[in-house]
Design a protein around this ligand. Structure first.
Ligand SMILES: [Cu+2]
Length: 324
């Protein structure tokens, strides 16, 4: 029996017991060229200000630490309107010969119904607590459903199977960085105050889907009424008030902060999260999120994973400091 909303429903952490892997020490590769100069072309300037972060609506899970609502002050920064695409990640890899954590480990987590019968036949492990995830040897950003799958037909989709370490290396190369959770949520709210979603409080707007999540009975039937079974192109649906696309749904997005569930309720200025922790914050939920199960496609929702973890529904978007 799988408990509703168990911590692993959305994102699994890489584990020694999955697959025939040797755990890599020192998973963050160093010495990559930080190729590009800081470059804010195509980015959106988010003017600094105060906002109400978190929620007390009790729609989430206590262990997630969505509340209390606190006043957070954020200075101006630039953010990408979209998550990093397969095309952009390809350019990075061509330029640097970078090898992702999933490639180094030799496997990644793929959602069960996304793999072919052939791939399913050699799936090495199925995590007990979340049997809808398959440990697929050879799954990586360029083979998202394992051997035989390609990305050439979805170059404008978000890159997936990228770990936090991979995201940091991409950011360094691009002259950018990962957002703090506060920056992410401030930008994701699009100027609205304490709304559930980036566009308001109702899931649909005039009967239309606003994001790529799960419809049907999780985890067996996805009717794809929103148009997508897996990832959607990064510019799908309407952008939020700041011009950001797909902040909730589609893919989870890595933030720079370590995860913690306790927050100071005093005024926070440019918070960067706890100084240490086991996992990094992820935000936004994914195409697998459904209200019946995890309900983490709300803008205040949060989860975490370890910096070397990767899966088919986890990506990132970049930010950049304002400079004069
Ligand atoms: Cu979810």
């Amino acid at each position: 029996m799988i408990e509703k909303g168990s911590a692993s429903c959305c994102v699994l952490k890489r584990s020694k017991s999955h697959g025939s892997i040797s755990v890599l020490e020192n998973a963050t590769p160093t010495g990559l060229p930080s190729g590009k100069k800081q470059n804010q072309e195509g980015m959106i300037r988010i003017p600094g200000g105060e906002f109400l972060m978190g929620t007390e609506d009790n729609e989430g899970f206590p262990q997630d630490g969505e509340g209390p609502v606190r006043i957070v002050k954020v200075k101006s920064f630039y953010i990408d309107p979209c998550t990093v695409t397969n095309a952009e990640f390809t350019e990075f890899v061509y330029d640097t010969n970078y090898i992702t954590d999933a490639e180094r480990y030799g496997w990644s987590y793929v959602f069960h119904s996304h793999v072919t019968k052939e791939v399913a036949s050699y799936v090495s492990q199925v995590p007990k607590q979340a049997p809808w995830w398959f440990v697929v040897q050879g799954a990586s950003w360029k083979q998202p459903e394992g051997p035989g799958s390609i990305i050439e037909d979805r170059m404008d989709h978000p890159v997936v199977h990228v770990s936090w370490n991979d995201a940091i290396n991409y950011c360094n190369w691009a002259g950018k960085r990962l957002p703090t959770e506060a920056e992410w949520e401030y930008a994701a709210r699009g100027g609205l105050v304490q709304k559930k979603y980036p566009w308001g409080n109702k899931l649909k707007h005039k009967g239309k889907y606003q994001c790529n999540i799960w419809q049907g009975k999780f985890p067996l039937e996805n009717t794809a009424k929103d148009g997508y079974i897996g990832t959607a192109p990064v510019k799908s649906y309407q952008p939020n008030g700041y011009g950001l696309y797909n902040v909730v749904g589609n893919v989870w997005e890595w933030c720079s902060d370590f995860f913690g569930a306790d927050h100071a309720s005093s005024l926070l200025e440019n918070p960067t999260g706890p100084s240490t922790g086991a996992g990094k914050v992820i935000k936004g939920g994914s195409y697998l999120c459904h209200k019946s199960y995890c309900n983490r496609y709300r803008v205040a929702a949060r989860s975490s994973s370890t910096p070397d973890s990767s899966s088919g529904h986890l990506g990132f978007r970049c930010v950049s400091d304002e400079w004069s």
